[in-house]
Design a binder for this molecule. Sequence first.
Ligand code: ADP
Length: 191
Amino acid sequence: MLNIVLFGPPGAGKGTQSERLIQKYGLVHLSTGDIFRANIKGETELGKLAKSYMDQGALVPDEVTINMLRSEVLKHPEANGFIFDGFPRTNAQAVALDAFLSELNTTISIMLALEVEEAELRTRLLLRGQNSGRPDDVNPEIIQKRIDVYNNETKPVKDFYQGQNKFVSINGIGEIDEISTRLYQAIDALK
Ligand code: ADP
C-alpha cells in the first residue's frame, strides 16, 4: 500500500494537490476538514460538535477526530492506499494513526510537507474566503488563529515522521503543475 500524509499549514495547497495524487496513484483521499464540513452540511451530531471548534479556528478534540478517521479508513478495505490530508494534526493523532495502521498490517510510506511562508498563506486564505463559502477563511483573526495552532500543535508532527525517516519537504510555491511534479518525484523515489 502507498499511504501518504500530505502535510502543511492551512492554505498550503493540500486539497488541490490531493486531487492530482489520487488520480495518478489511485488512492483514497481522506480529508478530515472535508469530512467535518460534510457532517456540518448534513447537520449530524459530529458536524455540530466540529463546527463549534472550526468556526473558532481551533482543532476538533483528538479523540473525536481519531475515531472519525478510523471509521473512514475501515470503509475502504480494498484501497490501494490513502492520502491523509489534514491528519494527523497533533502528536497524539500521529501515534494513533501508526497504531491503527499496524493493526491493518500497513504503515505510512511518506510524509510530504508543503512549505509555504506565512505571508503567502494569509493572502491565499483571504482570497479563498471570497468564494469558498468557508466561514473560517473570511476573518483575518480566525486565519491567524489557525496559523498559530499549526505552528504550536501541528508543526511538531514533522519530527515524529523525521524520526522514522519518512519526512520529505516540498517547496509549495510555484505553479500548481510544478508543485505536483515535485510531489510525484518524491513518491516515485520510494519505489
Ligand atoms: P485548512 O488546511 O485550511 O486549515 P482543513 O479543511 O484541513 O483546512 O481544516 C479546517 C478545520 O477543520 C481546522 O481548522 C480544524 O478546526 C478542523 N480539523 C481538520 N482536521 C483536523 C484534525 N486532524 N484534528 C483536529 N481538527 C481538525
